[in-house]
Design a protein around this ligand. Sequence first.
Ligand code: ATP
Ligand code: MN
Ligand code: MN
Length: 385
Amino acid sequence: PKPCEVTPAIIMKTYACQRRTPLKHHNSFLTEPLEILAENAEFSENEGRSIAFRRSAAVLKALPHVVRAMDELKDLPCLGEHSLRVIKEILEDGTSSEVESTRQSEQFQAMKALTGVFGVGVRTADRWFREGLRSPLDLIHTGQKLNHAQQAGVQHYNDLNTPVTKKEAMVISDIVERAVKAVLPGAIIILTGGFRRGKEVGHDVDFLITHPEEGAEERLMPKIVNWLEEQGLLLYQKTTRNSYLESKDGPARPPSNMDRFERCFSIFKLEQSKMDSDTQVEASSYNSSTTDGPEERHSGSRWRAVRVDLVVSPYSQFAFATLGWTGSKLFERELRRWAGQEKGMSLSSHALYDSKQQRYLQANSEEEIFAHLGLEYIPPSERNA
Ligand code: ATP
Ligand code: MN
Ligand code: MN
């Protein structure tokens, strides 16, 4: 730039839901290390610390340029002392010693491997770690007692830790569409989660289902699951029924960020022959996994396991459900924090409650929810905080 040119000041808002955060940004060399520390804090159940690192990373993701010096950060929100120390080290030395020793640590690696098993949370992984277990194979060798989800998780460990491609998500989308249309004509199905935000790969595929006629969606999930099971498309499923109406604590105040929709956490059996021929060779190598039973694999029927989440919402809550299931997780958390702290409102995937007016605010689209919250509309592709 010419010497007389003044770089316009970047106005960085405090809440991630006030900012546009694209998928591809300029500072992965800083955000990835910060997110390692966030993940490590989650493994030690230090939520506050984890959120602090995630908020720091999110600010850097929203910057329109590469950070080259510490003084570029002086007017930015959310950057705590610890994050700044890590950033400084990376800018000066290329790496952060704290991040590198975390990455190398036995505990971090074991927790990563053990929580990488579907159905295993931080609590269980930590208990196993303290008992000396380090990997999914240790679970088999020591004959750990596993629930059904965890058994499926161990069995399909390699497949489920192989990123789901957009192409695979589209094939699954077609299958889900066929299943839903077969059991409830007129139903609406949308792809949510990371793929709606424009991600090229994901850890699973998320769908939200509704029907324009309120009530037509009730008890829909068991029918969808039956259809899929009859076609032999499911390796695992756990359906939870809608508990929204039974809840005593009020619709907008669920106990955590967990919602109460009828939902299904599943593992699909995805035929590889449905994929384009150019992905066949690559795809076949997925199945040379150590934990997937070879007796289940026949030549000519190559398949792989893919995690799929299905959620059913009543039409009147569809906008809230769409917003709540599109993510990112940090973006969602920031939306709820904004609603509570700045607006005296309570937001969930079901509803928005205004404490001042003491009433629920209706919405037919995500745009209307942002408007109720006094926020500029942020499209899904810019919710990648
Ligand atoms: P990935 O590519 O890793 O799947 P993602 O953003 O799709 O990324 P998910 O874990 O699939 O991540 O979550 C998608 C969205 O669904 C997130 O916004 C999250 O807040 C929401 N979500 C996930 N699990 C629940 C749950 N149990 N209750 C309510 N919302 C949930
Ligand atoms: Mn997802
Ligand atoms: Mn999901």
